[in-house]
Design a protein around this ligand. Sequence first.
Ligand code: NG1
Length: 464
Amino acid sequence: MARLDDLLAMLPPVRREAPCVRRVFARAAECDANGGGWRLVRAPGRVNLIGEHTDYNGLPVMPMAINREITALFRPLPRGQVSLLSADGFRPRVFHASRAIDTYRKGDWGNYAKAAVQKLTSEFGLDSPSGLEAVIGGDIPGGAGLSSSSALVVAMALAFAAVNNLEIEPSRLADLMADGEQYVGTRGGGMDQAACLLGEQDRALRMDFRPLRIQPVPLPEGAEVIIANSLVVAEKSAEAKARYNLRSAECAMACALLGTHYGSEYPLLAHFHAAFEDPAAALEGVIEPRPMKPEEIAGRLAMTMGEFDQHFLDLGKGESLKVPGTGFQPYARARHVLTETRRVEKAQQALTAGDIAEVGALMNASHASCRDDHEVSCSELEALTRAARESGAAGARLTGAGFGGCIVALARSEDVSSVLDGIRRRYYEDWAARERPELLEQMQGSVSDNLFTSRPQTGARVLG
Ligand code: NG1
């Protein structure tokens, strides 16, 4: 177990200088003048290049780990006590590791730690686990579609596994944490935890699920990834959660409706996708391209309304999804997911061939489908993607769940500084200043903290 100075020296210079890392080390030093017994965990955020809202349908995505991360110093505590200090101003949290831990209130940062600890304690049948003390900080913008929450879950899982001497393959841990994070009430896919754990230097990850399979895809020489935060907070642990879960429910409705027509069961759109050469075409004429009321869908599926509610809307723990006033849109949601899958496949080929223009065009098409069919965009994301394209990006799209958060853009290296400049002027200094000045007032950090480039990074690990 290294001293704090030794641990700091293990970080690459650019991370050593990061203000959040400085804060974590300073806070730990206050806890312990001797600086003894600590270990360090790093867990990156991720950006998804293409393949949005596909993972929870069992269909592929293409994320990469980024140069913003959770950093935590930790050391064991007796009797399963977990004691967390935030270097970013969140309230301290203390709880006990067990197989069933009560949640804090919705939106509390401590729930992500509880998710990891509960999952590992129950999965490995730990009767008297070691607890841990941790000082945690990070510079992944929160609620921004860059998976700050999954990075926290993964960081806590690695720390808790380390103090309990559990050796877990990264891909198994990714699956466990994808499941474990459902503790916070989101029916997520598996992309975020896997990208955080399995990230590779300079490579995006074509990721397939059930079982998790990764094909690294090199980012072409001469291409740069730009990330820009719309500053609209889309915190999934709070209200955007319902809209996210609604998309997943609408996809499940589409599967059920397709099953009645084709006479097969499709538990996920992935099964439907596998059954047809041209799945998007096989959708046509089977589900009406319009909103549908719950009664109509239930009638088609020969379900009572009680069965319908229980099957599609029940979230457990007494919670259930509200029926949108406009009805459900199973056709549009399924069309997005099926056409997006095709775009992931094409983007993998285009990246491998170094065809930046083609990847950009696919990203633009993905954004249009996210906006028009999956309806997860908003005016800020529209203004921001427009700003990126008008500034010379090869392509730009919302990334992550949407409803706010970040966009990802691809630019040729020679265009990067003018694209960054253009986004700064067009979005932050012009559009947002005019239309949503309060976003700028509430902005965490500076524009540079919210508008940056990243090469693909290696995945999460414990040091020391
Ligand atoms: P964000 O909003 O970036 O955390 C969420 C899901 C992903 C995926 C994307 C949409 C969780 C933890 N993450 O990502 O699995 O479904 O939305 O592609 O639920």
